[in-house]
Design a protein around this ligand. Structure first.
Ligand SMILES: *[C@@H]1O[C@H](CO)[C@@H](O)[C@H](O)[C@H]1NC(C)=O
Ligand SMILES: *[C@@H]1O[C@H](CO)[C@@H](O)[C@H](O)[C@H]1NC(C)=O
Ligand SMILES: *[C@@H]1O[C@H](CO)[C@@H](O)[C@H](O)[C@H]1NC(C)=O
Length: 977
């Protein structure tokens, strides 16, 4: 293994000497947070974008301390018509180390509906020559004020039907060929969902369930496509399918009353001579009910393929079998009189299969040569790198005539199934997360799918065959299921496993975190979190993907956001969600429990999503702009609970859910303490935000308020007779400890003891619900009990994460909603909830010890003591940041036979700096020697500093050793005595 590591570097060195590559150079560029490399059509919805880039060096080992000292950006318009004026902007050489969120500083705003391109180059310290330019990167701007454009245009109609289930609409139009076509830009929205076809082909085929779900009357999303390569002179045809999605009553639980699906469409064709032509949705279109007879997010789809018309979106289509009628004008879904807006969808869409997930980490352990499969252990479930489409791993006959398939992984999507049978033959399919008990039955046929926990959601699809003589493939269009098992009732032919494949469906994103260790329990939890997190990204963060719920529950979103941002690139996704939250924020500042939704007021641990997500997006991306945009909304939210507080105090602070679902038979701890925690937590975040933004007055005001509340919290909830908070339960101690300044120094040790003793008394188990579980692991690690935190996370007995996949009922591949899932009823019992996935943040923040929240990266892997080191002998973690890849991996006591040492590999991306902190490996431990490469850089004997150019600090109280480093690859060894 070792050789692999060094040999790779040697090989790269060799390569470097022969190819004479120009380096460093900027790459993986972002504009307005859009990752250029993964966008086919960059639509930049701002007149003043910002840019980020990474700097590549051929190999980090060869180049340390790579620092940008200057950059240059050039931006120009792309002339498409004879009338277009050329616009050019050159930043010139700007002396700056800034390589992320670099603003466009041109004098003129970018104009709407134009094409531009830009390129970047950089200067690096100690190198005279600038880097090469990036290629010219093309983007376009949309109509900036879409809302005004759409509402002021009398010829443009929302169309649909109140008379028939009009879910297929089409229109043919003539493009004159007087002047060459230079661009063709479409805007489309179809509620609840649409699919868009042009001249017989689907536009952007992997895009699904578009547009994103919103509070439609407040915000309706519209999507733009560049069809310049597809529209040709002469006749063209567009076809649009419409689905109900979240616009339908079936999902709304009697909330807003929406009507039938509706479509808006704008196509603008621009010719070389400057002329334009437009096609709008209006009553010149025709529509009919297509092959989809019913579609519902919860209840699946009924499709009669005998009604498919293969050429319906082609020119010259003629359908003698069905009636195509004129659509009616429909009201706009956005309630204009209540400030409803039509806005551009400015986040990655939901996609199916391999297009849904991109990678910025290397997940193949062979390549990294550090942890191998023996270290990692056997993993249950599918791999994210397997291409985004799952195949069954086993199938069997369950009830008579029912074929059941197991994908081996709980996931979200649907199945693509190949059938062969007579026309008119109907097949029924159901989806489930688990099998009926007992799974261990020897009778195979008893293994039916279990659907009771889906509650009223039928999660079923019905397909009527058209009778294709060869075969036909069915996959649903406007529904999505959360499942691991598929049952097909009365299939027309003998199906094999090859006839079934199931795309994984979620909002498009990039995997940016990879975390594996020598502890197989932790690895499986990480697996389950990543699959669970992706499963719950369906244009907004959902609680679960399978039953009649799937909502933007704010508590779940707040608990998972830190973990989610470590694992996936989601800045646009969360900006969109923050917009959805403020859409429904009332004038008094309150927000609902779930969004879209109207469950006001929120439980404070649910409403916290607004401040928490704002803060976490800022932390993970160092993006101050996010704070600026949402700051006033956070203030208003905090002020809402401030005014509530004035009449309740903390002792009676309002509660709806408290520390939701602790493990039975454990009760919930004092619920007012739990909600008071959220209130203080949010004020604390607000203080931090105001500091970043330099709002000194707010900092002062909220600091005074926080100090007062911190005292009150202690007074109200601390029992001086027993020296613990509330009833002594874990949750109460953890939440008090998690709030800075609440627990006075003189009782801190007693409170920590209470927590630790209780965990031990419970046989090393938690008694915590969702709110305090998110805090307990970091609190233990930060307060001298990292060993115990590791023991807790390694547990496989009830209640524990490990129990979810080692019990005798189910090998869970995602995270459960309930600690006691197999032991309790179906009513509320999802096997794919993300709220308990919160622990995933601790994997990165403490186990790997990576903190990227300031421009100085901190690497401080928490170490198990010598006696518990078997719990985490090895760890390997990659985290992709806007600067590039951070890589941290360690092995305990590996090199030499000498014990009490740790070998730590660290890679810091170019233009970043880090401090690496080494912890003593036992209480009172003192560092003996620090080695980097093979050289001693610090030794207790001579106590010399700055050897070999390293700046090193020793903290004599804690024993912590801090080494400051620039970019590059390092191999440290710390020996302790
Ligand atoms: C539109 O043109 C692009 C570029 O040639 C092509 O990749 C895409 O498949 C076309 N789409 C349709 C619907 O024809
Ligand atoms: C659909 O169009 C294609 C290409 O124009 C043609 O070959 C085919 O026969 C048409 N199919 C039907 C059912 O009309
Ligand atoms: C869980 O997986 C193990 C193999 O890792 C297997 O032996 C066991 O039967 C599985 N349990 C269930 C309930 O599927």
């Amino acid at each position: 293994m070792r050789c692999l590591y060094y040999c790779r570097n040697l090989f790269l060195f060799f390569l470097w000497t022969i190819v004479d590559a120009r380096w460093p150079s900027p790459f993986d560029v972002r504009i307005d947070h859009h990752k250029v490399e993964t966008s086919h059509d960059l639509v930049i919805n701002t007149a003043r974008p910002q840019f980020s880039w990474k700097i590549s060096v051929l190999d980090n080992l060869l180049q340390r301390n790579v620092q940008q000292i200057a950059y240059q950006i050039q931006l120009q318009s792309i002339k498409i018509t004879q009338q277009d004026e050329k616009f050019e902007w050159d930043s010139e050489r700007i002396i700056s180390s800034q390589s992320i969120h670099v603003p466009y500083t041109g004098q003129y705003d970018l104009l709407p509906s134009k094409y531009y391109s830009f390129r970047v180059r950089v200067w690096i310290k100690n190198l005279e020559e600038p880097s090469e330019w990036t290629d010219w990167i093309q983007f376009r701007t949309p109509i900036f004020n879409l809302h005004e454009y759409v509402t002021k245009n009398a010829d443009l109609l929302w169309i649909g039907s109140t008379k028939i289930n009009m879910n297929e609409l089409r229109k043919e139009f003539l493009i004159p060929n007087a002047s060459p076509i230079k661009s063709a830009i479409a805007y489309i929205s179809g509620l609840g969902y649409y699919e868009f076809y042009l001249n017989g082909n689907k536009i952007d085929p992997s895009r699904k369930l578009d547009p994103g779900w919103t509070t439609y009357e407040k915000r309706t999303l519209i999507v733009s496509f560049d069809l310049s390569a597809n529209i040709t002179a002469g006749m063209n045809a567009v076809g649009v399918k419409l689905g109900n999605g979240w616009y339908s009553q079936e999902q709304q639980h009697g909330e807003s009353k929406y009507g039938p699906p509706r479509l808006i469409f704008i196509l603008t064709v621009t010719f070389e001579n400057g002329g334009t032509m437009q096609v709008f949705s209006d009553q010149t279109w025709t529509g009919r009910e297509g092959s989809i007879k019913h579609d519902s997010v919860y209840n699946g789809e009924i499709c009669d393929s005998r009604n498919d018309r293969s050429n319906w979106s082609r020119v010259g289509f003629n359908d003698s079998l069905s009636a195509w009628i004129m659509p009616e004008p429909m009201p706009s879904p956005a309630n204009i009189s209540r400030n409803g807006l039509i806005v551009l969808q400015d986040m990655p869409p939901i996609r199916a299969g391999s297009d849904a997930l991109h990678f910025e980490v290397i997940t193949d352990s062979q390549q990294q040569g550090y942890l191998n499969s023996e270290d990692i252990g056997d993993m249950k479930g599918a791999k994210l790198t397997d291409g985004g489409t799952l195949k069954p791993i086993v199938m069997w006959d369950s009830d008579s005539g029912v074929k059941t398939f197991d994908l081996g992984q709980n996931m979200v999507g649907w199945c693509r199934i190949r059938f062969h049978g007579p026309s008119g033959f109907g097949v029924y399919m159901r989806h489930g997360e688990v099998l009926t008990q007992p799974v261990i039955s020897t009778k195979q046929s008893a293994r039916n799918i279990y659907t009771e926990n889906l509650r009223e959601a039928t999660a079923s699809d019905t397909y009527v065959l058209r009778g294709d003589p060869v075969y036909e493939i069915y996959e649903p269009t406007f529904t999505v299921h959360g499942f691991r098992y598929l049952s097909i009732f009365a299939p027309p032919n003998a199906l094999t496993m090859d006839d079934v494949e199931c795309p994984f469906v979620h909002s498009e994103t990039t995997l940016k975190g990879h975390f594996s260790t020598s502890n197989p329990i932790v690895n499986q939890i990480q697996h389950n979190i990543q699959w669970g997190q992706l499963s719950n990204m369906m244009s907004l963060p959902t609680d679960c993907p399978q039953r009649n719920e799937r909502r933007g529950w704010m508590g779940d979103a707040a608990l998972s956001v830190d973990e989610a941002l470590y694992n996936f690139d989601l800045i646009k996704f969360y900006h969109n969600f923050l917009d959805l939250i403020i859409d429904v924020q009332r004038d008094d500042g309150e927000v609902p429990d779930f969004v879209p939704g109207n469950s006001y007021p929120p439980d404070p641990n649910w409403g916290t999503a607004l401040p928490t997500i704002t803060w976490q997006v800022y932390r993970h991306y160092n993006d101050v702009h996010t704070l600026e945009v949402y700051y006033n909304h956070v203030v208003a939210y905090v002020e809402y609970f401030h005014s509530v507080y004035k009449s309740t105090g903390l002792a009676n602070f309002p509660v709806k859910y408290g520390d939701w679902v602790p493990p039975p038979p454990q009760p919930m701890t004092n619920t007012h303490l739990i909600t008071s925690f959220a209130f203080l937590h949010d004020i604390y975040l607000l203080i931090n935000m105001s500091q970043v933004l330099g709002k000194q007055e707010d900092t002062n005001t909220y600091t005074i308020l926080y100090q007062k509340l911190a005292e009150e919290f202690h007074q109200v909830f601390f029992s001086t007779s027993s020296n613990f908070y509330a009833d002594g339960m874990q949750a109460a101690q953890v939440l008090a400890l998690a709030l800075p300044g609440v627990v006075p120094t003189n009782v801190r040790a007693a409170v920590i003891n209470q927590l630790v003793n209780d965990i031990n008394q419970k046989g090393i188990h938690v008694t915590t619900g969702i709110v305090s579980t998110a805090q307990i692991y970091p609190i233990l690690s930060d307060n001298g009990h990292h060993d115990l935190a590791l023991e807790l996370i390694s547990s496989t007995t009830y209640p524990s994460y490990g129990y979810m996949f080692t019990n005798s009922y189910e090998n869970a591949t995602t995270i459960w909603e309930l600690w006691n899932a197999p032991l309790t009823g179906p009513g509320m019992n999802s096997r794919n909830h993300i709220m308990y996935g919160s622990v995933g943040a601790w994997f990165y923040s403490h186990l790997a010890g990576i903190d990227v929240s300031s421009n100085m990266i901190t690497i401080r892997p928490r170490m198990a003591s010598e006696t518990k080191k078997h719990l985490m002998l090895k760890l390997d973690c990659q985290l992709s940041t806007l600067y590039g890849l951070i890589h941290v991996s360690y092995t305990r006591d590996e090199r030499d036979t000498m014990a009490n040492s740790v070998l730590l590999h660290v890679t810091i991306p170019p233009n970043a700096r880090a401090r690496v902190i080494f912890e003593p490996l036992f209480i009172g431990g003192q560092c003996k020697t620090l080695i980097e490469g093979r050289k001693i850089i610090w030794s207790s004997d001579v106590n010399k500093q700055n050897v070999e150019g390293f700046e090193i600090e020793k903290d004599s109280t804690t024993g912590l050793m801090t080494v400051h480093i620039g970019s590059g690859q390092y191999e440290f060894q710390a020996l302790w005595q």
